[in-house]
Ligand binder design. Structure first.
Ligand code: E4P
Length: 212
């Protein structure tokens, strides 16, 4: 499973990219707003830090407007992926962009049916949201089941759309995403710092340090 970082914060991206395990970045309107800067400026800087797919989300609207906005981002750098919301207009925009060989990431996916529509539209990536689904259903395995089911459905038909496990809240989600066969997990910086930790690792380090 590949790791993307789910942030628009350049400092977090700089630190994480030095670990050598980050191969892409996802942003969304909330993450961009948190930085208090324009999307194009942030995205441009991210392209200098990470050499891999970088998702820039278009504003929800009609397909024509979304395609127009998408072209301005796609022209900025070959690594830009257009993140598009799961609506009929979004699906339409995804089909159009896919016919122009522009990479897309269909976001806000909460069902296999939606994931199948994204794939049929030629989406490069689909982003099922684990945390938000777990919260909505009050079931800590709801996101996990969704990823497993999308994996089965895609494998049934040899669908190449890559599954990005998104809305990750804790390391357990990473384990679930990997066990479900997700292609990618997009991980907030904080969750990366939690993933490296284990009480027995800390204890083991202490034992080895004191062994001298
Ligand atoms: C990434 O593509 C998504 O926009 C992001 O993971 C959503 O996370 P959230 O549910 O924590 O906002």
């Amino acid at each position: 499973m590949k790791f993307f970082i789910d942030t628009a914060n350049l400092e977090e991206i700089k630190v994480a990219s030095q670990w050598g395990i980050i191969v892409g970045v996802t942003t969304n309107p909330s993450l961009i707003a948190k930085e208090g800067r324009k999307l194009v400026d942030v995205i441009k800087e991210i392209t200098t830090l990470v050499d891999g797919p970088i998702s820039a989300e278009v504003q929800e609207g009609n397909a024509e407007d979304m395609v127009k906005e998408a072209f301005t981002y796609a022209e900025m750098h070959p690594n830009i992926v257009i993140k598009i919301p799961m609506t009929f207009e979004g699906i339409k925009a995804t089909s159009i962009l896919s016919s122009h060989n522009i990479k897309t990431n269909v976001t806000l996916c909460f069902s296999v049916a939606q994931a199948m529509m994204a794939a049929s539209a030629g989406a490069t990536f689909v982003s099922p949201f684990m945390g938000r689904l777990d919260d909505y259903t009050n079931d800590p395995e709801a996101g996990y089941s969704l990823l497993e089911d999308i994996r089965i459905a895609y494998d049934n038909y040899g669908i190449e759309t890559e599954i990005i496990a998104a809305s990750i809240r804790h390391p357990k989600h990473i384990e679930q995403a990997a066990l479900a066969g997700s292609d990618i997990a997009t991980v907030p910086f904080k969750v990366f710092t939690q993933m490296i930790e284990h009480p027995l690792t800390t204890k083991g380090l202490e034992i080895f340090r004191n062994a001298k």
